[in-house]
Ligand binder design. Structure first.
Ligand code: N01
Length: 898
């Protein structure tokens, strides 16, 4: 061992032997640290808390700038763990001021006698895990070392202020203040020339009050922010009434909500509302002055879809222009570079109107960046400003700053947390890190934290951690550590969740973009507070899944694995279905199953508008078939896609896959014709596929009457409809037409064999079950017919078929036969592209606007269809004429408009 290491170990051992021995050490005496201390002490853990501050309060201790307030209604932003505590205090305002919140935290500290175990003015300077003793050794800057079994970071998400990053701050001769480190004594601005740099929540709260005092205020804005007027006043009577009516129920609803405040999910989509209705909803939100309401209650697609979000942004811009008199200033204050809510919006009092004051100037740093700070003020690329005071409201090194940068944390094998997180924070549940045993973070990166009502998330984390420590103590375990598998799974799940919302589309402190050089990526968990709570509970109910637990006299326990493998919204849908305790579809009989499917379809979001929807009837040899045509809003002619719905050849109709057809029509710019082929048991094999083939032939013949382009058509289908599309391509090849330029097969049925692994792995829990598939096959096709390629196209000849895009979903019994078909096509020389959708289930892509994570898959499907159509356009005239020659004779047409 090198001498330095020996010396270091020796000195470590000495300081460890002199260290104060504790069960638990906590850093931070804010909301999280105080509740931790209370619970840990109550359950018999010897606990010490450290805080650099001189008193309790955490963020509310430091952020004392003028106007600092809560931006979640205070009745929601308070502890709920003790009903007596709740009853013992009432808030004086809807959005309490920083002094009132600080008094509240002081009151809590007194009530539970917490201060005696808090070491104030004490910074932890290093934390090192000792594998032999299974303890953390903490070094502090004040009062010696501490050895603890468990180390808990309750450091807050926004507690490490960001350096100003502007040259020359030290040269400035006037006063400099940081909103995140505001002095305790009153700061006077009267008669002074003041600058505020930064227009996030802190700047926006401080600016109107500073403007009232200062001789002149110059605001230096780099990025404008959306801000909602708070209309602060007495605590909202309606919310209080709700709370008083059923306090426990209200709190429980908050715990299982999206953002930690009890509001129902919106189910109405923007396109289901008229302009006037949308405006009315927005006006109501504006008048309410509640950010959570604004961000969740306008329409269901506002936070997940750029188009739905832009409607909110447009209404915001109108408001800003109506309030701010100078059009140039109004334009500069109007955000255009990020969706509403993707960057933390602000809650203000008189913010926009402040710019109408004669003593306020807005400097748009996008037009004239700051060049330097000089002795007398600020110089931009265009001019200089003489100043007496500069206020930096420039924000924080959020989420990771306080954990990583504040002090080195060295885990198992000497690995440092800063190295492990160099490319972004990796955690399991946002609570723990693999390689760092017995270390916990409260509201750490990868948990809902800053996208939620912090107090709700803090209480959930504290309860989860303390309950685990109690359970470990009872079972004789002394260490707990996340596994690499669990952590990697959580990282993937977080990334999946980040596709659910629009946060990924903005450069913000949520993504680390505000700190130069910081790794980028959405840091908070975007899957919602309630879902997250359910996952944490599930980790426990599944035997501490993803954790390794050890103890001196008990066998090691490691139930390794990933807690969520489904896409987050798929998980939600499946959980909802499980809660509904729906009967197995196959138990209902064909008629009952159809009625049931129609009922489910009626409850889902309506599809999006397209240029035109026409219901019609087309002839076939055995009688008329209904269809529904979806025409894009763009001028035609458009390529035609003939579409076959899913439903196991037994259920479904044009209505059942309506949202999917609308979505694909919009994405492709193509006309979709959804064909109502006949169903079993009334019409068994091969009726469905023969109807499919006949309809394709007829539509191809009459393409121009449908507003379609001349030339080949495309076919597409989902599930049994995918089977029909695949068979149609084979029949078209074998029967001399029609010409088909591409096939889109979404989770297709391609074979009658049930012993591929996906049939067993996904037999029961993913909506399309093995027994339902057995039932479909039994109704549709006799066992003797099933190996016929018209039933099992995988058994047919696969060469000479149109190019294919084959979609399969991980949690689908049909997965492996879809893959087998794609591989078979490829082996036969057919150009084929596969989308193997990880974490998705059979209905992921057709549940448009429910399974939001299906969007990227549908975008790829649309690209493929466009490519197929374009590749035909690229053909030479002689190639095209060969294809045209193969047309079949057109039957009569009957079209009805619907
Ligand atoms: O910080 P911010 P904050 N030159 O990062 C600008 C919570 N909070 O302290 O956007 C020029 O939001 C920066 O510009 P840009 C709340 O969650 C809550 O205001 O990076 N400008 C931005 O305008 C909030 O979101 C309450 O281009 C520079 C501003 O400074 C979070 O804390 C109250 C710059 C920073 O805004 C952080 O808010 C206050 C530079 N070099 C805060 N560097 C409540 O109400 C940065 N900026 C509970």
């Amino acid at each position: 061992m090198p001498a330095a290491t020996v010396a270091a170990s020796a000195s470590e051992a000495t300081s460890a032997s002199r260290a104060q021995m504790m069960d638990v050490a906590v850093v931070g005496a804010g909301f999280a640290g105080l509740y931790l201390l209370h619970r840990l002490r109550k359950t018999g853990f010897a606990t010490v808390v450290f805080d650099e501050a001189g008193d309790v309060g955490g963020t509310w201790y430091w952020n004392r700038y003028p106007g600092a307030r809560c931006d979640v209604q205070t009745i929601d932003y308070s502890y709920t763990f003790d009903p007596e505590l709740e009853r013992s205090r009432t808030w004086s305002e809807r959005y309490a001021t920083q002094p009132e919140i600080l008094r509240y935290l002081g009151f809590v500290a007194d009530r539970y006698d917490l201060r005696r175990d808090i070491r104030f003015h004490t910074k932890v300077t290093a934390a090192v895990w000792n594998q032999e003793t299974e303890r953390w050794l903490l070094t502090t800057d004040n009062g010696g070392t501490v050895s603890c079994r468990y180390y808990i970071m309750a450091t807050g998400c926004l507690s490490s202020p960001k350096p100003p990053e502007i040259d020359g701050v030290k040269n400035f001769k006037g006063d400099v203040y940081f909103t995140g480190r505001w002095p305790h004594e009153e700061v006077k601005f009267a008669g002074k020339r003041v600058a505020v740099i930064g227009t996030g929540s802190s700047g926006i709260q401080a600016i109107p009050l500073i403007a009232e005092q200062a001789a002149h205020l110059t605001v230096f804005q780099r990025t404008p922010n959306f801000s909602l007027p708070a209309h602060n006043g007495p605590v909202s009577a309606d919310r209080v009434a709700l709370l008083e009516k059923d306090r426990a129920g209200y709190r429980e609803q908050a715990r299982w909500s999206l953002s930690g405040v009890p509001w129902q999910r919106q189910t109405v989509f923007s396109w289901q509302l008229s302009d006037a209705e949308r405006r009315e909803r927005f006006e109501k939100a504006w008048a309410r002055g509640d950010l959570v309401y604004l961000l969740t209650q306008l329409w269901a697609d506002q936070g997940v879809d750029v188009d739905g979000n832009k409607l909110v942004a447009d209404l915001f811009h109108e408001k800003i222009c109506a309030i701010v008199k100078d059009p140039k200033t109004a334009a500069a204050l109007s955000p255009h570079d990020h969706p509403v809510g993707s960057k933390r919006p602000c809650l203000d009092t008189n913010y926009y109107a402040t710019y109408n004051r004669p003593n306020v100037t807005l400097v748009n740093l996008r037009d004239e960046p700051i060049e330097s700070i000089t002795a007398s003020g600020i110089t931009t690329s265009k001019r200089s400003f003489d100043l007496d005071v500069i206020v930096f409201a420039t924000g924080f090194d959020a989420m990771t700053g306080a954990i990583m940068a504040v002090h080195p944390i060295t885990g198992r094998g000497g690995q440092s947390l800063s190295n492990i997180w160099a490319n972004g924070p990796k955690t399991y549940l946002g609570l723990t890190v693999a390689g760092f045993p017995n270390l916990f973070m409260i509201t750490g990166p990868g948990s809902p934290s800053v996208l939620s009502n912090m107090v709700v998330s803090i209480e959930q984390h504290v309860d989860w951690v303390v309950d685990r420590l109690i359970a470990m103590r009872e079972a004789g375990f002394t260490t707990i550590e996340a596994t690499e598998t669990a952590q990697a799974g959580w990282t993937r799940h977080r990334a999946d969740c980040s596709m659910l919302t629009l946060h990924r589309l903005a450069n913000t402190w949520y993504t680390g973009a505000n700190v130069p050089g910081k790794a980028q990526g959405v840091m908070p968990y975007t899957g919602g507070v309630g879902s997250y709570r359910g996952i944490c509970n599930e980790v426990v109910s599944r035997g501490m899944l993803g954790f390794r637990l050890t103890g001196p006299s008990v066998p090691e326990q490691c139930n390794d694995g990933e807690i969520v493998r489904l896409q987050p919204d798929v998980r939600l849908v499946l959980n909802m279905m499980a809660d509904m305790k729906l009967p197995p579809i196959e138990s209902l009989g064909a008629q009952g199953a159809r009625a049931f499917a129609a009922q489910l379809n009626a409850a889902r979001p309506a599809g999006r508008p397209v240029g035109e929807v026409v219901d019609g009837i087309l002839p076939s040899a055995d009688g008329p078939l209904p269809y529904r045509l979806y025409r894009p809003a763009t001028p035609g002619p458009h390529p035609i896609v003939i579409y076959f719905h899913g439903g196991g050849w037994v259920l479904g109709d044009q209505q059942s896959d309506d949202p999917f057809c609308r979505d694909m029509c919009r994405r492709t710019g193509m006309t979709f014709v959804s064909v109502g082929y006949r169903h079993a048991p009334e019409h068994r094999f091969p009726t469905a596929v023969e109807d499919g083939y006949a309809a394709t032939s007829w539509i191809a013949e009459h393409a121009t009457e449908f507003g379609g382009t001349l030339g080949p058509v495309l076919v597409a289908g989902w599930s049994a409809g995918g089977n029909i599309a695949a068979v149609t391509c084979q029949l078209a090849r074998d029967r001399g037409g029609p010409q088909i330029s591409g096939q889109l097969l979404v989770c297709p049925v391609t074979d009658c064999m049930f012993d591929r692994p996906s049939y067993n792995e996904n037999a029961t829990d993913y909506f399309l079950t093995r027994s339902l598939m057995y039932w479909f096959w039994d109704i549709y096709c006799s066992p003797a017919d099933r190996t016929n390629p018209r039933a099992s196209p995988l058994r047919g000849k696969l060469s000479g078929l149109p190019p294919a895009f084959v979609v399969t979903c991980e949690f689908d019994p049909l997965r492996d036969e879809g893959i087998a078909y794609a591989e078979g096509l490829g082996a036969a020389g057919v150009p084929v592209e596969q989308l193997k959708a990880r974490g998705h289930f059979h209905a992921s892509f057709t549940m448009v606007d429910v399974v939001v994570t299906g969007v990227s898959g549908r975008a790829r499907m649309a690209q493929a269809l466009r490519r197929f159509a374009e590749s035909h356009q690229d053909m030479t005239p002689s190639e095209k004429s060969v294809r045209q020659d193969r047309k079949v004779t057109p039957p009569a047409v009957h079209v009805a408009t619907g």
